[in-house]
Ligand binder design. Sequence first.
Ligand code: GLU
Length: 410
Amino acid sequence: MSADAPRIYFQRAADQLDLSDAMRRLLLTAKREVQVQIPVELDSGEVATYIGYRVQHNNARGPMKGGLRYHPQVDLDEVRGLAALMTWKTAVVNIPYGGAKGGIALDPKLCSTRELERITRRFVDSIHDLFGPDVDIPAPDMGTTADMMAWIMNQYGKYHGFSPACVTGKPVDYHGIPGREEATGRGVGGLTLKILSRTGRKFPGTRIALQGFGNVGTFTARFLHDAECRFVAISDAGGAYHRADGLDVPGMLKYALAHGGRLDGYTEADRISGAELLAADCDVLIPAALGGVLTAANAATVKAPIIVEAANAPVTPDADAVFDAAGVVVLPDILANAGGVTASWFEWVQNRQHYQWGINRVRQELDQILGAAFEQVWQLAQERKVSLRTAAYMLGVGRVGKATVLGGLG
Ligand code: GLU
């Protein structure tokens, strides 16, 4: 994805809010953008040099917050766009954070665990003065795991002492919390059910097509399968699988677990192409993988009347316009996948209080925060006759603008 998409959505909301040009420029500009060199010794003894980024977009509402992505396509422009999304996301769900995002351009599948550890620790060596519990708090994103968050906390601690709240999404056995890992998928699932009831549909038998079977996709599938929805198509990076009468979701979860997280070789379904998955005959399409997968070129092929953006920025602005014109309801990323960062906030709060809530409280508070944000976005969209995306941006951008005015320029 490029940083243009969130900028276009921002401008639409800014028009509705009648924001001045000066405020628009202030809110669109990142506070700080960092690019560092990460030289590491590979297992072979050779030296490889990676590039790491951290964009700290805005801290008007609190410390900046956002994931760290390991993917070959990571570049400054993408991280910039994703950092801005985090600012609007934390504001939509009204948690006391700003927005940031980081990344390293690499393919984690091509690195050994030890290499990934050296890369992660070396990245922390370069940026440890620029983040921290009250400044900017990284978390997992595409290609990064709880174990990597443990390395980040441990390496950060070598410079600054014991600081579990400097990073979230850590393993439960290393200062993480139960409920964080499932949170994004749980949020996507819960909000999908809300949108189904709001549009007058019943959940049992709702036909879903899901793109992506990683952290977000698997927990979304589990949640909606438990709600008796029917998954007609599921894909991962290796291919797409289809069954009109419903895929065996528990079987696929078990299969992926036993095969390194992948569905390659799964035979209990028909194979279809990735394009066919997006065009599947279904009630809800959930893109839960890469950004920029629904574009002007394929938007018209989508048959689903509802799209839930579990990934960050899966719908390009061109495609969004097609969906708007066709009356397709799009639940935007900054609300749909906000469960992850919301549970990250719970982890940060508990780390700072040296206290533990337990899974029930985490789930209950998560459901309550996402439910309230959904209601506000839904109401605003009705009142102002705008899309859910524009309403969500209006809510987020409006809150950040208000905090900026209240805080003043100093
Ligand atoms: N990477 C996730 C996101 O895009 C979670 C960020 C966080 O927990 O800080 O929202």
